[in-house]
Write a protein that binds this ligand. Structure first.
Ligand SMILES: Cc1ncc(COP(=O)(O)O)c(C=O)c1O
Length: 374
């Protein structure tokens, strides 16, 4: 059986625990357990009383209640809590798609959903965010990517790796094309809340059309990837179908994850977490820009509207995967090559990190870049 690995996650699994400077993660510098408990005001004694049992397998009632509140018109039956957004995307592919179907996928993007679809024998058609036009949605390509065999339009908004947020008009265009062809619209919104400080919070696609499915979780905007909490919000009959697959894959997320997620989503704690994320995203990008500008004529980046990520193009005579491994071997830095997104000549650089760490790693990166620069 030919099962394609998830190239980006494989790179992280192989190297992220051993490099000195990890700029390949997609989230912000993670929150510590003590910080989260402190923000929430929960006493340690009370926390230690948590029973290490299974939670409700579809997610604790109180957690689903908090999640549903974020989505106009959603109630508890529209929510399934999963082990990260990854489980959500994976069981969605296995629920909605079968061999011979087609999907339309934004390009560049996080390739989990399209990889899972290909492994099911699904044909993947893509539509672009246009690099030459500040990553604007190419509406004609989207129309061309949809046909009678298409089951889903899949997008990530805000986008990984570009940090692009679709405008109101672009969102309306996507919805109207999905409606016209009567296909599902899958919006992975894990980066919403991680906008740069000057940018408004990203609205959800939920409720804009009856066939919208939204995926989100705590790994990116909340800085809590180790909780492994994600969720799907969808029509109830889809949640019931997903639940069947959830029982086969993970049964449930963890009790600790559920309890801590409920704390993170309390309005005052959420506000503090999001402010922390926006601060890291903003300052990280400013520092990154300083280092990218240090060597004239090499790097160019459309400032990300959200996320810790900058999808930076470079003008150096080396392939992106080779460059990433050269930086790893010679300087102990890990970045993600544009090759992982089907766009050579780019590096995805994560910068929502402590300043000293960021500066040290980026100055090492520039030592190699100076050697290679024309
Ligand atoms: C768009 C997108 N969706 C899902 C995930 C996986 O998130 P989680 O840690 O919640 O499984 C990632 C991680 O990089 C991502 O970028």
């Amino acid at each position: 059986m030919n099962f394609e690995p998830f190239e980006l996650e494989r790179l992280l699994s192989d190297w992220e625990q051993t490099v000195e400077y990890n700029f390949a993660e997609s989230g912000v510098y993670p929150v510590k357990l003590g910080e989260l408990l402190h923000m929430s005001g929960l006493e340690m004694e009370e926390f230690l009383e948590t029973p290490l049992n299974y939670p409700e397998v579809n997610g604790e009632y109180s957690l689903r209640e908090k999640i549903a509140e974020f989505y106009d018109g959603a109630n508890l039956e529209n929510v399934l809590v999963t082990v990260g957004a990854s489980e959500a995307n994976y069981i969605l592919a296995n629920t909605i798609l079968k061999k011979g179907d087609e999907i339309a996928v934004m390009q560049p993007t996080y390739m989990q959903f399209s990889g899972a679809a290909k492994n099911l024998g699904v044909k993947v058609n893509s539509f672009s965010l246009d690099k030459g036009n500040d990553w604007a949605l190419d509406r004609q390509e989207l129309i061309d990517a949809v046909n009678p065999k298409t089951k889903i339009i899949s997008l990530v908004n805000p986008n990984n790796p570009t940090g692009k947020i679709l405008s109101k008009e672009e969102m309306e265009a996507v919805v109207s094309i999905a409606r016209k062809f009567d296909v599902w619209l899958l919006a992975d919104e894990v980066y919403s809340g991680a906008e740069r400080a000057s940018v408004e919070e990203t609205p959800s696609f939920y409720g804009s059309y009856e066939k919208v499915i939204v995926v989100n979780g705590l790994s990116k905007a909340y800085g809590l990837p180790g909780l492994r909490i994600g969720w799907v919000v969808a029509p109830e009959y889809i949640i019931k179908e997903l639940w069947k697959r959830h029982e086969y894959t993970t049964v449930s997320s963890s009790m600790l994850g559920n309890r801590l997620a409920s704390l993170a989503l309390k309005p005052d704690v959420r506000r503090t977490l999001i402010a922390r994320t926006r601060h890291l995203v903003d300052h990280g990008f400013e520092t990154l820009q300083t280092y990218l500008n240090e060597i004239p004529g090499v790097f160019s980046v459309v400032p990300p509207m959200a996320s810790a990520l900058s999808f930076t193009s470079y003008n150096l005579p080396i392939n992106s995967t080779d460059l990433v491994h050269k930086l790893r071997r010679e300087k102990g830095i890990l970045l993600v090559p544009g090759d992982c997104f089907g766009l050579d000549g780019h590096l995805r650089i994560s910068s929502a990190l402590p300043q000293e760490y960021l500066r040290d790693g980026l100055s090492r990166m520039n030592e190699v870049v100076k050697e290679l620069a024309p």
